[in-house]
Design a protein around this ligand. Sequence first.
Ligand SMILES: [Zn+2]
Length: 235
Amino acid sequence: MVAVGGHIGDMDLAAGPVLAQNVLAGGRSILLALTPGERGHPRLSVPEYAAQKLSEGRAFADAIGAEFYCWEDQSDGFLVHDEALAQRLALTLRRWRPDVLIAHWHHSMHPDHENASRLAVRARLLSGLPGWHTDGEDPEHQRHGIPHLLFAENWEDEEGFRPTTHVPVSAEAHERWRGAIEGEAFARGETYGFRYVDYYTAQQVMRGCKAYAEFAVAFATEWPYFTEPARFVTT
Ligand SMILES: [Zn+2]
């Protein structure tokens, strides 16, 4: 499983329990942040917070048994959706060859999240595209179709989000997530005061009720073009 977030911490919150569960089941989980999220602290300088975010992101991934990567050359608030970045991400996905790609929902209060969502969708397409780039030549970049694309449930990306899949999470995976996420200052409410840990714990309990499990994480499974009512059907 690969989870691609706009900033360090986004996917830790929204997908972390499922990544932890995947590791407990013997799978490989990878977190990739497309920027550090270094402008998210009201008191620390940008370089100070960038260093802190990288260290918190690594510690979170270690604690749930995942791998951690960040595009440190990209900047919080300035992530764009362009072909060069989509191709860079696609080649990375071809190396990692995930079965499941987790992305931001495409409507968000953060432009970085919206662009990260679009980059993930485009990169998934390119990853599976025959004859693109070094397909057939470089063994690291062989074409790889990613079977599953899941959009994560994130309170910052709520507009138009409709969960269509609930993934049950064991108490053990939830506890691993909870212990790990408390290591991130923003999640503890130390930056702008939002109670992330409480919110996402409550969300996992609520989604667990719907999934008849102790905890669960919900995802939207399709790009909206395929889930909207068929407007052109006449009866
Ligand atoms: Zn974010």
